[in-house]
Design a protein around this ligand. Sequence first.
Ligand code: 4NP
Length: 152
Amino acid sequence: MKILFVCLGNICRSPTAEAVFRKKASTLGLNYHFDSAGTAGYHIGEKSDPRSIKHAEKRGYEMKHLARQVQVADFHNFDLIFAMDHSNLQNLIQIAHTQELQSKVKLLTEYSKNFNSDHVPDPYYGSSEAFEHVLDLVEDCADHFFHSVTHK
Ligand code: 4NP
């Protein structure tokens, strides 16, 4: 199973989701492949936002990703593409040329259980609470995604 996480800049939300899912999959013994990308190209080649790295590290997640922009090949290379918000979702649906490829794209928050949230809010202009909230929400989505897959 190959899963791609997509946000706007690929320096805050999607590399955080990648790191959280990677660790949880490893704990469950699942041999999944994870990556992340941005719909925009502003930060290509950059490390993740230092605030995202700091907050993730406090919870034991390692973020080593370098930002990249999503490309058409991603729709062929990944089984599932999780968008962080509706704008990312719309952009991804425009990039995917066929209905079959579009059907790989979902909102990550479809798997949220303990939060009544239909998107992962962008923390870029926010405070440290915004970065903590991204982690809380992404962990909740990851737990329920893996529960749906493994029933554990
Ligand atoms: P992300 O956050 O989409 O979660 O990586 C952002 C990062 C950078 C910008 C916007 C959102 N930016 O405008 O540079």
